[in-house]
Design a binder for this molecule. Structure first.
Ligand code: ZN
Length: 712
């Protein structure tokens, strides 16, 4: 996932075998690296700093817009350039102020950051709907079009995009309608912030006795807080929170179907207050689309994506669903038989049917029994620190970069002690490394922290003047288990995949080479392409050599036995159709609610459950659940009517990997070419042209379908 904090501020609405040394993040003798030319951002904000800076931004921005509205004969030099400069400089501070709500351990700071987001979003909406500024841009656009040949590409694109975004936002409508649009956008913004805040702040949990948690090993049980039941029996209860490292092992390992059901439903039904917020937002979005002349919100929001319209998206998703269903049925039959067999053997009289809460358990059991793949055991070979060092080394080889962790407290500037700060260097000229930017890793859960995995762009790369670059800053926020006194944090294979994925977004953010922040990083590409670079990099986490090199047993330092790795790799596509069908459930639900024209009568709960049963093929057991209340994507401006983008982008990710890396995964020549053509160009060129240049032909769906076990 990729979260973009600063929504493209202002005019437009907007994530060979190596030598492995095991010292953390610093392979080379770090002294040979110069001091980074740009200090990391300062994180010592008090709540009143946050509100003070927010007010300052609001005043400065209003003053700036006022002065720009008065420019007579607006031109590139007296109007566009000041705008670009203003946008470049404001982005980083806004991102910092609004990022803290997701990561600060201080509730007052989180609250101040939420407040700041509300005010700044409101400001952004006010400014992006200023008619006087639109008229100025319209004049410059006329002018720039007439002398396109003599205007720099970035400037031309900047004016073009600004102008088109104004039109898309309804600036050509009459004043009455523009006021209505403003009001609706402000309500949507408040809803989005509250939805995300409720998710971040949720502290719900479910308790179980040890007996109910049978099957969950002691190594997991020790991470749960225990409480005494209030009954006289004085029974010990285990508190299972809905953070991933807690809830997932229970869903996967608890042998009691009743426990799995309770855990599944409690997790799905968390944050119930989000339902009303979601429903209200859907109505507001529909109203917004109507005012702007679109038949549905989906079509309104797809205008600047690769797919362009909802018909294309629905055809893509439905075609995939139809192709996958026969395969999914076969996969499911095997799991259903396993459960029926279990019930026959162990517990006569229990319900032998297969339900949605059984799926993680039997999927895991199937892997264990048929592929001898024990994910817990495999994780013993991937202690977090050493594995991350190894993963960074793969990125270093592939993209000719170097990661150096800042360890001395004097040069470290972070928002929490858990956070690692890393300087990134470009090694194209090994004698004289060039600074690339800063990346932060915030890897463990804590109260009030963002609960999913995401990359947050904190500052996009831009040129301050002709020779000086402002270097990018980006942060990976994940929720991997913390070390305990008995063992270090051990990464499950899916967590290795997650880290590699988020790092892919981070690198996209770091290597942008355009002059303006708007055209650099993941936020500058169409949102249905944004996941492709990260998804492509996930392929490395399924390669034998890379995995063996990454491994070192947390007790013995031994490499993982080849047989264990082989068993893991063989499982890559096991139950893959069912997995993709689940993704299709999310994508089709998102499209359904964003194309619905009768929202008054929409039962969101029935829609969610019915679609899941039909698409994922797995029974709800007649029990409705409300997973949409924690479906954060659907509330985001970028991912709404955009969840399909994960599958859409995978077409390109798979094509790029198989064409350029499958035979030689650490081929640095191809890696650097990819870095410079696909990543560094950001959003300045058409993504299809970049892909064509990198692949040497038009992109194709073949590799994608083959990966899914389907032929064209
Ligand atoms: Zn992502």
């Amino acid at each position: 996932m990729r979260l973009l904090l600063c929504k493209n501020w202002f005019a437009s609405p907007v994530i060979s075998p190596l030598l492995y040394t095991r010292s953390l993040y610093s392979m080379a003798n770090t002294t040979s690296f110069p001091i980074a030319p740009q200090a990391p951002p300062n994180w010592s904000f008090t709540p009143s700093d946050i509100s003070g800076k927010t007010n300052e931004i609001i005043n400065n921005s209003n003053n700036f817009y006022d002065s720009m509205s008065k420019v007579e004969s607006p031109s590139v030099s007296n109007f566009v350039e000041p705008f670009m400069k203003f946008e470049n400089e404001l982005g980083p501070i806004i991102n910092q102020l609004t990022f803290l709500q997701h990561v600060s351990s201080d509730k007052e700071i989180r609250d101040a950051s939420v407040n700041s987001s509300m005010k700044l979003d409101e400001l952004n909406i006010d400014l992006s709907l200023r008619h006087d500024i639109f008229l100025q841009f319209a004049r410059v656009w006329q002018d720039v079009q007439s002398k396109a040949d003599s205007v720099e590409r970035e400037t031309f694109k900047y004016v073009e995009k600004s102008y088109k975004d104004y039109i898309h936002s309804g600036l050509e409508l009459d004043e009455g309608n523009r006021l209505k649009i403003k009001e609706i956008k402000k309500k949507i913004s408040v809803n989005s912030i509250n939805f995300s805040k409720n998710l971040g702040e949720q502290k719900e949990y479910i308790t179980f006795t040890k007996e109910q948690l049978e099957g969950v090993p002691d190594s997991i049980l020790t991470q749960f807080e225990t409480i005494k039941s209030d009954k006289e029996s004085d029974e010990t209860l285990y508190k299972v929170t809905f953070k991933y490292p807690d809830i997932f092992p229970v869903m996967k390992l608890a042998s009691s179907a009743q426990t799995r059901k309770q855990a599944f439903l409690a997790d799905q039904n968390k944050v119930p207050e989000n339902e009303a917020i979601l429903l209200d937002t859907l109505k507001l979005r529909d109203e917004l689309a109507s005012l702007l002349g679109y038949d549905t919100y989906a079509n309104y929001n797809l205008y600047d994506k690769m797919a362009k319209d909802s018909t294309t998206v629905m055809n893509f998703l439905n075609d995939l669903k139809d192709k996958l269903i026969p395969l999914g049925r076969k996969e499911l039959q095997v799991l259903q038989d396993m459960k029926a067999e279990d019930v026959k053997k162990l517990n006569q009289g229990a319900d032998p049917n297969y339900y949605i809460w059984d799926h993680r358990y039997y999927d895991n059991k199937y892997l264990l029994e048929n592929f001898n793949v024990d994910l817990e055991k495999i994780s013993e070979y991937f202690p977090l620190e050493a594995t991350i060092t190894g993963m960074l080394e793969i990125y270093e080889t592939l993209f000719n970069l170097k990661f150096i962790e800042t360890k001395d407290s004097q040069n470290k500037s972070v928002w929490h002690d858990d956070v690692k700060q890393i300087a990134v260097w470009n090694m194209d000229d090994p004698k004289s490394p060039n600074f690339v930017g800063w990346i932060y890793f915030d890897l463990h859960p804590r109260d009030g922290k963002y609960g999913h995995a995401a990359n947050f762009g904190l500052s996009s790369s831009f040129m301050i003047d002709d020779t000086t670059r402002s270097y990018p800053v980006t942060a990976l926020v994940c929720n991997f288990s913390k070390s305990t006194k008995d063992k270090p944090s051990l990464l499950k294979h899916n967590e290795i995949v997650t880290f590699f994925h988020e790092l892919g977004h981070g690198i996209h953010d770091l290597v942008g080479q355009n002059k303006e922040s708007r055209f650099n990083g993941p936020g500058s590409v169409p949102w249905d392409f944004v996941e492709a670079p990260s998804q492509m990099l996930e392929f490395w986490t399924w390669n034998k050599n890379e995995l063996i090199n990454l491994s070192s047993h947390y007790k013995t330092g031994e490499k993982i036995p080849e047989s264990l790795i082989n068993s893991l790799i063989k499982t890559k596509h096991v139950n893959g159709a069912l997995f993709t069908l689940r993704q299709l459930h999310f994508g089709l639900f998102d499209m359904k609610v964003h194309t619905c024209k009768d929202l008054q009568n929409l039962s969101i709960c029935n829609t969610w459950n019915q679609l899941r049963q039909d698409i994922s093929l797995i029974s709800n057991g007649g029990t409705l659940s409300k997973g949409y209340d924690s479906f954060g994507h659907i509330m985001s401006d970028s991912y709404s009517a955009g969840y399909y983008g994960y599958l859409w982008a995978e077409v390109f990710a798979t094509d790029m990997y198989h064409t350029k890396f499958a035979k030689d995964p650490l081929n640095a020549k191809n890696g650097i070419q990819y870095r410079d053509i696909v990543l560094a160009r950001g959003g300045l060129y058409d993504i299809n042209d970049n892909l064509k240049e990198f692949l040497g032909r038009e992109p194709s769906k073949d590799a994608f379908l083959k990966e899914l076990g389907l032929q064209n």
